[in-house]
Design a binder for this molecule. Structure first.
Ligand SMILES: [Mn+2]
Length: 328
């Protein structure tokens, strides 16, 4: 991303507004919280007031670990509290790691603002949030990589805590520098580590729950390979998974020889079944999941389905994949 193109405009909007509120997607992950903390740091370095909006009732463990280690006064508010602070046209909303209203921590936050900036690495579409400034780079590994670039361009020197939080987002989204990793990604990791980011701490943030790991492994026992390059797996339907678990299973499937795309089908709730898909980029998984009301980019896509059984969905999915492959 050519950050120089945006850095002055971004600084200008932040400086001219009274208060800046930062919001990420619901079910915060390390990329969302890391980039939110990075932006919080940038804004306060410009001597402006910042607040992070979090409505999630329960944080993912890694996010909890990051937040519990904070070593400065951090203002975290809920969208209820935001309302009481009566945001006006003099305030700014920065959306990180997401560009769609329905994915946000709270759907109504955008309504309070006329000044909105999006900083994100996911593809935009017609239903993306209307902004005054969109800094979107789908080639970036993570929003944290972009925020790291911004910090560097402003010649700021964040603390080891902030640098570590930002590095954790990069490492999460690249699955330890495997996915979407470019020279810019390594450069950002170098830059953050030189500032004092602690890779051991990142591995501690990323430590997973043994039970969740075992459940994920169970979903990997039913793998079939289509067209010699697409891995598809489904769970037995007994356990509910979180969206991020399905994403991790799909990530894992991409690690195998010849596999260019992966699909995972498993229940998300009592009435909903999720499909999560990943691709190294040759197969546009978003076009395939489009048939299942899903969205995303050619690298990653997901959908939530409320009709049919896992078996039926699997059968339909295979048909759609076959059609797609035949038209390639
Ligand atoms: Mn991300």
């Amino acid at each position: 991303m050519n950050i120089n193109h945006f850095k002055n405009r971004l600084k200008h909007v932040i400086k001219k507004c009274d208060r800046t509120f930062i919001v990420g997607h619901a079910y915060l992950d390390l990329d969302a919280i890391g980039s939110a903390l990075g932006m919080y740091y940038i804004i306060t370095s410009f001597r402006k007031q910042a607040h992070i909006i979090i409505d999630d009732e329960k944080n993912e463990k890694g996010v909890d670990k990051v937040l519990s280690e904070k070593d400065f006064d951090l203002s975290i508010i809920t969208s209820q509290e935001l309302k009481k602070m009566s945001p006006s046209s003099k305030d700014l909303l920065i959306v990180v790691d997401c560009n769609k209203n329905f994915l946000l921590q709270s759907k109504n936050v955008v309504e309070y603002f006329t000044n909105i900036v999006v900083i994100d690495h996911h593809e935009e579409s017609d239903d993306s949030i209307k902004t005054s400034l969109s800094i979107v780079d789908t080639k970036a590994s993570s929003t944290c990589e972009m925020v790291s670039d911004l910090i560097r361009s402003y010649k700021l020197k964040p603390s080891s805590y902030i640098s570590t939080a930002i590095l954790s987002g990069i490492i999460l989204d690249t699955n330890n520098f495997v996915l979407k990793t470019t020279k810019e990604t390594f450069f950002a990791a170098y830059f953050l580590t030189a500032l004092g980011a602690n890779p051991n701490r990142v591995q501690y943030y990323l430590k997973q729950d043994l039970d969740e790991y075992i459940e994920r492994q169970k979903a990997l026992t039913n793998i079939e390979v289509l067209h010699k390059k697409i891995a598809l797996t489904k769970s037995d339907g007994k356990v509910k998974y979180r969206r991020e678990d399905l994403a991790k299973i799909a990530d894992t499937l991409l690690l195998f020889n010849d596999i260019e795309a992966s699909f995972v089908i498993a229940p998300l709730g009592d009435e909903t079944i999720g499909i999560s898909a990943r691709s190294i980029g040759n197969i546009a998984v978003n076009e395939i999941l489009d048939h299942f009301g899903g969205g995303g980019s050619k690298h990653e896509a997901a959908s939530k389905i409320t009709i049919g059984t896992i078996k039926e969905i699997q059968k339909n999915l295979i048909e759609v994949i076959n059609q797609y492959m035949n038209n390639m």
